[in-house]
Design a binder for this molecule. Sequence first.
Ligand code: SF4
Length: 360
Amino acid sequence: MSGYPIDRIAVTKEAGASPLLQRAIAAWPGAEVEQAQAAPEGDGLAMAADPVAQGKRTLVLVKNRGRFIRKCPGTMGLICCNYWVIDLVEGCAIDCSYCVLQGYLTDRRIRLAVNFDDMERELDTELAATDGPIRLGTGELSDSLMFDHELGISSMLIAMVRQRPRVTLELKTKTVNIDSILDTKPVENVVIAWSLNAPAIAYGEERGAASIEQRIQAASRAVAAGWKVAFHFDPLVIHDEWEAGYRQTAALLAEAVDPARVEWISLGALRFHPSMKDVIRRRFGAEGILKGEFALCPNKMRYAKPLRRRLFSTVKNALQEALPGAPLYLCMEGAEMWKAVFGALPQAMPRNAPMKRLFA
Ligand code: SF4
């Protein structure tokens, strides 16, 4: 079991027949099971001392009536990595100080859509409408593996893409919940990805996540079992001794992971909507990650360009030394930053053949 507590399981009438409900009841036998209230306020969370933390202890099973799969819209002027998102789970049991979900989702509870058949149909429609590859993942509004030992969602997703080779499924996590994946024969178009950071940031800012050492050990086990892996150094945070911290994580990776099995590594610098400052201060106390020189550009707070350039270059150099040949890319940055850090735009980077696949 993963150890993430759930006190309440709420289910809508339409989702009541899903086998996921029985799995949830078996996984959290002490949880109250009740009919879901349509509006999140009906769940009394607004009165809780910390509605965000409280919401993480309620699992809601619903039928998704909207879209499951959407292309990441990117941002005007920034280079897009052609990522597709599956909105299967909204909300997360982990609690990161920088998490955009704290301010983004109106429903604080963890919502799991149970109508997988509709999701599969939608994926086939998207595949029919495009000739190219689709790289998609569930880790945008949640952690892909947080409840995997309880609910086995990864095996349902892996079964979905196994017969659809044009799709690459990325399961992105800060946990070590890979036991049920490792019980399965590796699938060529599935990548298990870990979000990584400097150990001090993981320790201080990512409540409920596995330590960096544990995540890297899990990645090492996945590689040994024949799975492809990826890493996301996002958000990179400027903090005391940050250079040493990121070099330490890169060195741990070098000891544990064969670079040939690394599909991609992304680098993204800390960014947040200005309204998040109050949420972070209120929920996490001290200034923490808010220390630093930020500029509003255009509607998010980001480190000033020279700082970001130094941050990216330092981490890139450490990773190129640690995992030679592993494809690196920048997340949410423009052409100027790509040229400053890599000396080229992604399409023109000769060493990184997989980059051409991502940025075609
Ligand atoms: S793991 Fe991701 S989704 Fe979950 S709290 Fe942290 S940043 Fe948010």
